[in-house]
Design a protein around this ligand. Structure first.
Ligand code: HEC
Length: 159
């Protein structure tokens, strides 16, 4: 006998509900989720930005389409609310995020916004294919990364 589609749907729903139940996620506390969120986000930011820098330096071959694709992905990332990764209480753990972030949230957020603005210009430049504009956009974005890292990112894990 064939299973009725509705029966299958119910089974699928039951599995989804179990997967999302508190029991299934109880090994993760709020602060771990937040920390993992931001570290994954930064990893994606880095993996899109560093090849752009490498291309600019001639370490890998220049490719306009690839350059634009990296910039587009970077812009998708900066359009997200990255501050979700810095929720209260997520400052302790395996992290390089300095405590100052939680003491100066407004300043930290302003630095995130500076980066988002730099990335917006970089995306425009990358899609124009104008190498000089791209070089300028990469430099500005790099400055925005550095401005924040200098103040808020430790070189080593803190705890
Ligand atoms: C507003 C602040 C801020 C901005 C802007 C920023 N970062 Fe970071 N970044 C951090 C913090 C804080 C961490 C550490 C997060 C943690 O360990 O929990 C981090 C971590 C990273 C990491 C993970 C590896 C490591 O050394 O911890 C990479 C890669 C990274 N950032 C790349 C970038 C790049 C590339 C840019 C710019 C395009 C950038 N970041 C912009 C604050 C920032």
């Amino acid at each position: 006998m064939r299973d009725h589609p509705r029966k299958i749907l119910l089974a699928v729903t039951a599995v989804a509900v179990i997967a999302l139940s508190p029991a299934a996620t109880s090994h993760l506390n709020d602060q771990e989720v937040s920390q993992s969120y931001r570290q994954s986000w930064f990893a994606m930011v880095g993996l899109n930005f560093s090849p752009m820098v490498a291309m600019l330096k001639g370490e890998i071959p220049w490719n306009n389409d690839q350059m634009a694709a990296y910039a587009d992905e970077l812009a998708i990332l900066t359009s997200m609310n990255s501050m979700r990764g810095f929720s209260d209480g997520s400052d302790k753990g395996t992290t390089r995020a300095k405590p100052g972030i939680w003491q100066n949230k407004e300043d930290f957020k302003a630095k995130m916004d500076d980066m988002a603005m730099a990335v917006e210009s970089l995306q425009e430049a990358a899609n124009s294919g104008n190498r000089k504009a791209i070089a300028g956009g990469i430099a500005e974005t790099g400055k925005a990364c550095k401005a924040c890292h200098d103040e808020y990112k430790s070189k080593d894990y803190l705890y």
